[in-house]
Design a protein around this ligand. Sequence first.
Ligand code: NDP
Length: 304
Amino acid sequence: MSYIYDSNNQLQIVQILDGKTLSVTIQRELGDEVDLLIEKGKKRPHLAAVIVGSNPASKVYVGHKIKACDRVGFKSSLIELGDDITQDQLIAEIEKLNEDADIDGFIVQLPLPRHIDNQAVIQAVRPSKDVDGFHPVNIGKMTMGLDGFIPATPLGIITMLDRYNITTEGKKVAVLGRSNIVGTPMSILLSRNADIGNATVTLCHSRTKNLDDILRNADIIVAAIGRDRFVTEDLVKEGAIVIDVGINSIPDQTKKSGYRLVGDVDFEHVAPKCAFITPVPGGVGPLTVAALLMNTLKAAKATS
Ligand code: NDP
């Protein structure tokens, strides 16, 4: 529970959804499960990550994932490829990972260089090793409520809602952004007939009309558009639950790096109105990593 002053200098109670701490808890639980597997003589779960080119943000994200593997006792492999690799060569690398019996799951970090077709790469990953949950088979299974891999960021978010005992049934949800990796799967998950689901979801995008009204009416907002502090105080109703997926870098001369990270939500002004809100950084991001590990353990258990 946190206390925040609103724009009228009134003290408000708001619960910050602390993704960082929850991610540590989940990783500890996963570590215990790995210990049990090893005690039973099973093999150590193994995640591989493929990174193409030298995108600095991608390197940071993959670095977090590899470090997290170490923390929970997974084996990990990092495959770094030059940005001049052809699509066929990349798919040949993916085929090797598909066939490698020691690797339980792998990810190909996005974005890929422009000359490579993302969909061709995503569809080359064997669905049973697709721990990012991006393959159409896994998206289809999720849509139909069948068991498969759920994309890591939406899985992290529903795990967070579940662990904080936040009910979604009957709530009006506005999901802002319709990407295949965040917005669209998030809208499907919250619409499903499931414990974290049964909500009425409006999926919003750049062509949505009356966006402001949709946001003002929402009990839950999931913001995933990649626009620095787009969701302002006037767009959020009192007592709303706000999940901020956005990661935007803005100049900040007070920081050694010269920049800082902010979300798609104007946290400072929106938080006092909310029942629950995720911060950026320290909200959804760490849970995305935890969810990837959850998927990898699931893949490992399926074959051991
Ligand atoms: P994409 O860039 O793929 O998609 C953005 C979506 O936002 C599109 O659907 C687009 O609409 C919509 N959009 C853009 N501008 C507006 C607007 N003004 N009004 C309404 N809708 C708009 O985004 P991602 O889903 O890949 O990422 C979104 C954000 O989340 C980024 O900041 C990214 O860095 C972050 N992210 C964070 C993760 C984490 O772990 N915390 C994981 C993944 C992403 P249209 O389809 O019409 O173009």
